[in-house]
Each structure stands twice: as structure tokens, then as C-alpha cells.
Design a protein around this ligand. Structure first.
Ligand code: 13P
Length: 272
């Protein structure tokens, strides 16, 4: 069985470096004996160098660096040039990041929409970002998810289009490096209900089918499909056991050392 992966999306949190350091060292303490779980921390860009250096430099962290990796929450699709304010995939790789969240719904939805979008990113831009990540050696975490579930099941087509367009032109040999995070927008944030493990499992099967039609079953055997949206220490176990989730992308729970450590512990013990 492949390892579960838990990817902490800190979003635009915490407010300062001191708090970020506190959070990070709390997480480090809780992972010393994990064996079956990979942890990826995705802090805001500005904190990235601190964590990649911290992992590299301290003697006792050398072992830990095999268990914990650093990821970015986004990147730009060009490698360098006149793109004010942007950060490229090669820059992220150089600083020590090894993963990148791409196409999060908070970036996809129209600017300042009630669904929390800030950018209005399209599938085409996301596709270019996935290619840039792979070119630079970063593992992309592609987020997909419908805004709402309609009775006519149009949302299935919506997910299919997201996946097909975002992964257009990706080589068969690269697809196993892409982690697909199913994050229904209606399940994210305060007051939202998480998807049920059954809803996730159905979607996982559906996503695997889309991937295998596009890339061939042989090439997607190692592809991981993870769940995000109100993940916490109370629901991870059922997502692993009934939902067969290959991992998780928690937001709020990743900012709480106790909850996050508990999520890791549950993944360790449930994944066998
Ligand atoms: P929450 O876990 O806070 O609902 O956020 C999920 C998410 O958007 C992770 O990318």
C-alpha cells in the first residue's frame, strides 16, 4: 500500500513568522515516529525559505526531512521574466519546495465572489502551471471541485472538464506525479458540511476513470486522489476506511497543532 499524504494548506495564515515557527515546530514534534504518512506543509510564500532552511540545516531534522516536505500554494507558469509580483516554479524548487498546490478554488472562482474567489483563474492557466511545476521538478497538487451539486448530476461533467482541460498535454509518464485533490467548494470553510466518505469514494472512482481513459490504466496506477473540505480529526478515519482516500488537504485543521497531529496519528494507524 502506498503512503498516505497529508498536505497542510495554511492559506494566508498565520499572521506572522513567529506564529508560523511555533506551528511548524509543533508539527515537527508530532511526526518523529511516523512511517506510513508523508507530510507536506504549504505556508504562504514569504515563510517558505525559513522552513526549507530549517529542514535542511538542523542535524536532528535530517531524518525528519524524509517525512516532511514543503510546498507552495501557487506558482506562475512562466519560468522568469517581466511578471511583476509572480513567483516561478524554478524559484520554488531552488528554495527547497517540492510540491505546489495548483488551481485551488479560492483562486479559480471569479474575483470576490461569494464562493471566496480572488483571481478568476482558468483551466487553461492551471494547465500551464501544472506543466511549469513538472518542468521544474515540483509535484503538482491539482485541486478540482464543483461549486454545487445539482440534481441532474451536471457536476460530474464539470469535474470531467476541469480534469481534462487542466491535464491537457501532460505526458503519460508524468501523470503519476500529479496528485488530484477533490475539494468540493461547498465543503470548504466555516459552516460548510464535509463531503461524506461515500460521496468522496464515488468521486474517486469517477476521477480514476477519467484519468485512465486519458492516460491509460497502466500509467495511473500510482496516481493519488485525496480529499479536502472541512477535514478534521473526527472525519479522517472514515475517509480512509470507507472513502479509500489516498490522503488529505486540510485547511483550518492544519493550523491547529493538536488537530493536525491527531490527523497524522489517525492516518498512521488506519492506513494498513
Ligand atoms: P478547510 O479544511 O478549512 O475547509 O479548507 C479546505 C481547503 O480549502 C484546503 O485547500
Amino acid at each position: 500500500m502506498s503512503k498516505s499524504i497529508i498536505i497542510a494548506n495554511w492559506k494566508m495564515n498565520p499572521e506572522n513568522l513567529k506564529e508560523a515557527e511555533r506551528l511548524f515546530s509543533g508539527i515537527i514534534k508530532s511526526i518523529s515516529d511516523i512511517k506510513k504518512t508523508e507530510i507536506v506543509i504549504c505556508p504562504p510564500f514569504i515563510f517558505l525559505p525559513y522552513f526549507t532552511k530549517a529542514i535542511k540545516s538542523e542535524e536532528k531534522l535530517i531524518k525528519i526531512s524524509k517525512k516532511i516536505k514543503i510546498g507552495a500554494q501557487d506558482l506562475f507558469f512562466e519560468d522568469s521574466g517581466a511578471y511583476t509580483g509572480e513567483i516561478s516554479a524554478p524559484m520554488l524548487y531552488d528554495i527547497g519546495a517540492r510540491y505546489a498546490i495548483i488551481g485551488h478554488s479560492e483562486r479559480r472562482n471569479p474575483p470576490f465572489s461569494s464562493l471566496g474567489g480572488t483571481i478568476g483563474e482558468t483551466n487553461l492557466e492551471i494547465n500551464k502551471k501544472i506543466k511549469a511545476a513538472l518542468r521544474a521538478g515540483l509535484q503538482p497538487i491539482l485541486c478540482v471541485g464543483e461549486n454545487l451539486r445539482d440534481e441532474n448530476h451536471e457536476y460530474l461533467n464539470f469535474i470531467k472538464i476541469q480534469i481534462e482541460e487542466c491535464l491537457d498535454g501532460i505526458s503519460k509518464n508524468s501523470i503519476s506525479k500529479v496528485i488530484v485533490a477533490y475539494e468540493p467548494v461547498w465543503a470548504i470553510g466555516n459552516g460548510a458540511r464535509p463531503a461524506t466518505p461515500e460521496e468522496f469514494y464515488e468521486m474517486k472512482i469517477f476521477i480514476r476513470k477519467i484519468l485512465s481513459d486519458k492516460f491509460g490504466v497502466k500509467f495511473i496506477s500510482g496516481a493519488r486522489i485525496i480529499y479536502g473540505g472541512s477535514v478534521d480529526d473526527k472525519n479522517v478515519e472514515s475517509f480512509i476506511k470507507e472513502g479509500k482516500a489516498d490522503g488529505f488537504l486540510p485547511g483550518r485543521a492544519s493550523l491547529d497543532i493538536k488537530k493536525f497531529s491527531q490527523i497524522i496519528k489517525i492516518c498512521e494507524t488506519s492506513n494498513n
